[in-house]
Design a protein around this ligand. Structure first.
Ligand SMILES: Nc1ncnc2c1ncn2[C@@H]1O[C@H](COP(=O)(O)OP(=O)(O)O)[C@@H](O)[C@H]1O
Ligand SMILES: [Mg+2]
Length: 222
């Protein structure tokens, strides 16, 4: 493995919660790395610290005591300021979760959420943002993308919502997508479709995927 092909290099990561005066260790000295465009699976039983680990890769568990190194393209993410994190989050690294309802805004149309996410990171106009949103909704296999833009999350099925989440995660063409149990809440046939979609995005857009699951059957499929 060539040094310049390494995208993410996690070294001796340890995470602990501070509970009253006691420190509760959750993750102990884990190390792994992902190459550009690679898919890596992390499998472990519920409660073993998978989500805490993925949150730390997004800079989202600042209330914890986190030690070690998270090197992303040669930069240690653990030393970033909140402002620097905001530039990376959603842009270079994005994340999809088990339950899309918790990360989609119920009060905002799909179109609004997608274009706002684009405006955060890119200097583009309304028209261009809308075209990009439509294009991505089609890429993730959603038909009638134009009319979908006007819909609210509750108007979509679970599988459709997860596709919208994936489209949102891909908006800025991230180098790494973290998928934390992305199919656990879906029934088996929809699950297989979403896994195929992630595989396709990985191959066609060259986005590396960190795939987190408690299910060995699912990780085998991806
Ligand atoms: N805010 C918190 N304070 C204290 N302990 C927590 C907190 N959040 C999660 N934990 C504990 O951290 C452990 C790992 O949780 P999590 O990363 O969600 O596991 P997984 O995703 O592998 O199911 C669990 O034992 C959980 O109880
Ligand atoms: Mg979890």
């Amino acid at each position: 493995m060539k040094e310049q092909d390494v995208l993410l290099d996690v070294k001796q990561l340890s995470i602990a919660f501070q509970q009253k005066k006691q420190k509760v260790p959750i993750v102990h000295h884990i190390s792994f790395s992902i190459q550009k465009g690679e898919t890596l699976g992390i499998v472990g039983e519920s409660g073993c610290g998978k989500s805490i680990t993925s949150m730390s890769l997004m800079g989202l568990n600042q209330q914890t005591d986190t030690k070690g190194e998270i090197q992303f393209e040669g930069q240690n993410l653990l030393s970033l300021s909140e402002k620097q994190w905001r530039e990376i989050r959603g842009n270079d690294i994005s994340m999809i979760f088990q339950e899309p309802m918790t990360s989609l805004n119920p009060l905002m149309t799909i179109g609004k959420q997608m274009t706002e996410a684009l405006f955060t990171h890119q200097a583009i106009g309304q028209k261009e943002a809308k075209a990009k949103a439509v294009d991505l909704l089609q890429t993730v296999g959603l038909k009638q993308a134009e009319s979908l833009l006007k819909k609210y999350p509750h108007e979509l099925s679970g599988g459709m919502r997860q596709r919208v989440m994936i489209a949102m995660a891909m908006l800025c063409h991230p180098k790494l997508m973290i998928a934390d149990e992305p199919t656990t809440a879906l029934d088996v046939t929809i699950q297989a479709q979403i896994l195929r979609l992630l595989k396709k995005l990985n191959e066609e857009m060259d986005t590396a995927i960190l795939f987190i699951t408690h299910d060995l059957g699912v990780v085998r499929q991806i």
